[in-house]
Design a protein around this ligand. Structure first.
Ligand code: AHM
Ligand code: MG
Length: 348
């Protein structure tokens, strides 16, 4: 059917990530020009990593790299590629002074470029869930941003700040579409990559998470080591499952993917202490903290089962934590079961 005006490309109808950040810059104190450039650098690396992932089966990038990272986990080739791309983009951008990555044992200092020193500390999980990559399951990048504290040098101590000191956090999900979701402490916004024009476009403004949800995400293969309270919580949800429209298990084994679904639809992701990982599997500083910041900004909660994730003072770059994150009512119920509250099942 003929139309009066030519149809417009989606890109011309949506705000780009860059336009959005520049507009915000005038309103929020953290969003200086340097911060805007830092996010631009992260988004550039995300687009490069996205291009590898989209063609992963065609390029020679699948399978492990033959290396074991500091976590004692087998590194995938794409872990190493994503790490290199993010580090390089941050180095070239010149806004960061220090990088911490899941794929590097030590801190990565960034030399000042053109005599100008960066002010930001960036912590990264360059490619989370990468054990899924060979089977075409969604994976993601997680980032967390801090200021270099006034008067401090960019050392390990400067990086060991509690999550509550983050000035920004975000993730990129390389899914059926590629999205960048971030917060700078003034709400959560999501941008979808338009592959035709190569821009992240504002598609999910002001994301808020449902206060309660249907989905619970946990690897029940580890249940032999679960504490009693968690066992009771799971059995309670199974019992409730018998009623119409109640709980459903959804576990992909790719944290960002499970988190993203639960953020939008309502749910809780849980990775407790297990026999193999007695402190929990996920890393506090570049997995739990950034996602906790996003969850809280969207109206959700994040806990290690007993205390708020963002209040934990880290003592090591790669330390692990148990994690319960998502809809506030579900996180609170998990905590109540873990405390052994008799009325945990009766909470709203
Ligand atoms: P990774 O950072 O080495 O990829 O490990 C984190 C991943 C999460 O994405 C995922 O939720 C979890 O490990 C899955 O672990 P498991 O296979 O033990 O259920
Ligand atoms: Mg990870």
């Amino acid at each position: 059917m003929a139309s009066d005006s030519p149809s417009r490309l989606p890109a011309s109808r949506f705000k780009t990530l860059e336009q959005f950040i520049l507009e915000r810059q005038d309103h929020i104190p953290v969003a200086t020009g340097g911060f805007s450039r830092l996010l631009r650098d992260l988004s550039i690396a995300a687009k490069v990593v996205n291009s590898y992932i989209r063609r992963a089966g065609l390029l020679d990038v699948l399978g492990d790299s033959g290396e074991v990272n500091v976590q004692g986990e087998v590194q995938q080739q794409l872990d190493a590629i994503a790490h290199a791309e993010f580090v390089e983009a941050l180095r070239l951008g010149g806004e960061s002074c220090l990088i911490v990555s899941e794929e590097a044992d030590e801190i990565i200092p960034v030399a000042p470029s053109s005599g100008r020193g960066g002010r930001y500390i960036v912590l990264l999980d360059p490619l989370d869930g990468s054990s899924n990559i060979d089977v075409n399951v969604s994976v993601g990048t997680i980032f967390s941003v801090y200021h270099l504290p006034e008067g401090q040098q960019p050392t390990v101590d400067a990086a060991l700040q509690p999550g509550s000191a983050q000035i920004a956090a975000g993730y990129v999900i390389y899914g059926s579409s590629t999205m960048l979701v971030y917060t700078a402490g003034d709400g959560v916004n999501g941008f979808t990559l338009d592959p035709a024009v190569g821009e992240f476009l504002l598609s999910h403004p002001n994301i808020t998470t449902p206060s309660n949800g249907r989905f619970y995400s946990i690897d029940e293969g580890n249940s032999a080591a679960f504490e009693d309270g968690l066992e009771r919580y799971l059995r309670w949800m199974e019992y409730e499952q018998a009623k119409p429209s109640t709980y459903k298990t959804r576990y992909i084994g790719s944290f960002i993917t499970d988190f993203h679904r639960n953020l939008l639809k309502g749910g809780v992701y849980m990775y407790p202490a297990t026999a193999v990982y007695p402190d929990g599997k996920l890393r506090l500083m570049y997995e739990a903290n950034p996602m906790a910041f996003i969850a809280e900004q969207a109206g959700g909660q994040a806990s290690d089962g007993h205390r708020r994730i963002l209040d934990i003072q880290p003592s090591a770059l790669h330390e692990r934590t148990a994690l319960y994150i998502g809809s506030p009512a579900m996180v609170q119920r998990a905590e109540a079961f873990l405390r052994g509250d008799a009325d945990a099942g009766k909470l709203p």
